[in-house]
Ligand binder design. Structure first.
Ligand code: HSE
Length: 423
């Protein structure tokens, strides 16, 4: 039976889950895969934490050199997160001939080509199934299961924390701050939740998956990103009345050889499969020109789901004699993303409640060719009428110009919310 030695960098939540799966499920994996996978060393600053997770003191390393110099280690799992020291450690491991498995979406989305070059030069493997959607095997499905296709669209819910918060706001009428506090108490959200709630985490994952799906690299700064911090209970209530559920969506589309890549909250029609993805679950919907639609759903975070993806990469790397690399020469950088995409919009304005106000507002929308599907007056806020506009599919730039002009109208107090609507 082939022996595979593993080193683990970091024994936090995901490192602990990986260690548990590798030890608890060792015999089953050995039987199914004909592989004897042993954890040889674990690098963890807190010895106490490692011991609590059942790691014997004899295999706790003090520094990265103990991992890179160990000839019994074939694969190193990096689950420290962030850029440094993860990048330096991964580089050292690749340069010492070890394959690397990582869950680090930020690092891969920012330094993928550089790390892949090092892996290529040293004929080692670089695997990151766990970086996108935790336990959902999306990378393997894309890379190994959809090669026949040109992927035209990916869309999904890539962040469990924000989906948990939005679900609580929708189903239990919680405020954003209460739902965030609950997510933090349950360990879903970090003490500093910025990466999740402002859409960075979703953006990193969308960048990696878009490169794999569309064969183009997209500079992160060119991706449109908007988080969920401005979503209010009132938006959610209005959405419900119109038959929509609010979600933080990642959207990537390829058409006419152009890419549209964006992250933002959106109203999803209740009957759309993504509307049914509740709590901390993730899902991705893909369209290939031959296969048609595919949807994957599962846990996007947590020790065992993410550990499951990591162990699958370890097994995969053990079976591969010659690692494969993404052809970065094919994956040309595309900075010219479509910015004037088309969408339906929900817009709530607070305006004077008197004759002629609606005609002034609709005149501006008309001037920018924004066609209205419906208008609903929803009571009052102070002395102002609250009016919801639902548009037909329209150009983003036209909509933004119209909103700017609406804000200048004397009869308009504020444009309270603008939310895109998925069709
Ligand atoms: N923080 C992420 C989420 C999991 O809430 O989905 C790791 O990417």
């Amino acid at each position: 039976m082939k022996k595979i030695g593993v080193g683990i960098l970091g024994l936090g939540t995901v490192g602990g889950g990986t260690y548990r799966i590798l030890t608890e499920n060792h015999n089953n994996i050995a039987c199914k895969e004909d592989l004897d996978i042993q954890v040889i060393k674990v690098l963890e600053r807190s010895v106490e934490r490692a011991l609590q997770k059942g790691v014997p003191a004899s295999i706790i390393a003090n520094n990265i050199d103990e991992i890179t110099a160990n000839n019994e280690i074939d694969v190193v799992v990096e689950v420290i997160g962030g850029i440094e020291p993860a990048k330096t450690f991964i580089t050292k491991c690749l340069m010492s001939g070890k394959s690397v498995v990582t869950a680090n979406k930020e690092l891969i989305s920012k330094h993928w080509s550089e790390l892949e070059e090092i892996a290529k030069k040293h004929k080692t493997g670089l695997y990151f199934e766990a970086s996108c959607l935790g336990g959902v095997p999306i990378i393997r499905s894309l890379v190994e299961g959809m090669q026949a296709n040109n992927i035209t669209e990916i869309a999904g819910i890539f962040n469990g924390t924000t989906n948990y918060i939005l679900t609580k706001m929708s189903e239990e009428n919680m405020s954003y701050s209460d739902a965030l506090k609950e997510a933090q108490n349950l360990g879903y959200a970090e003490t500093d939740p910025t990466s999740d709630v402002e859409g960075y985490d979703t953006m990193y994952k969308l960048s990696i998956l878009s490169t794999l799906a569309f064969g183009k690299r997209i500079p992160l700064e060119n991706i449109y990103r908007e988080g969920i911090t401005k979503i209010t209970k009132s938006d959610i209530e209005s959405g419900k009345e119109l038959g929509y559920t609010i979600k933080l969506l990642a959207i990537g589309k390829m058409y006419n050889n152009s890419l549209e890549i964006r992250v933002h909250p959106a109203f999803v029609p209740d009957e759309h499969p993504l509307a049914t993805v509740r709590g901390s679950f993730n899902a991705i919907h893909l369209v290939g020109n031959y296969v048609g639609e595919i949807m994957l759903y599962g846990k996007g975070a947590g020790d065992l789901p993410t550990g499951s993806a990591i162990v699958s990469d370890i097994v995969y790397s053990a079976h591969i004699n010659e690692p494969r690399y993404i052809k970065f020469d094919c994956a040309v950088e595309d900075k010219n993303l479509v910015t004037d995409f088309k969408s339906k919009y929900y817009m709530l304005i607070n305006c004077a409640d008197k004759p002629g106000v609606l005609s002034q507002t609709t005149a501006i929308l008309g001037k920018y060719e924004v066609s209205i599907e419906s208008i609903i007056q929803k009571g009052k806020h102070k002395e102002f009428a609250r009016v919801v506009f639902l548009t037909h599919k329209t150009s983003e730039l036209s909509m933004m110009k119209a909103i700017n002009e609406l804000k200048k109208l004397e009869v308009v107090d504020s444009v309270e919310s603008v939310i895109r609507v998925l069709e």
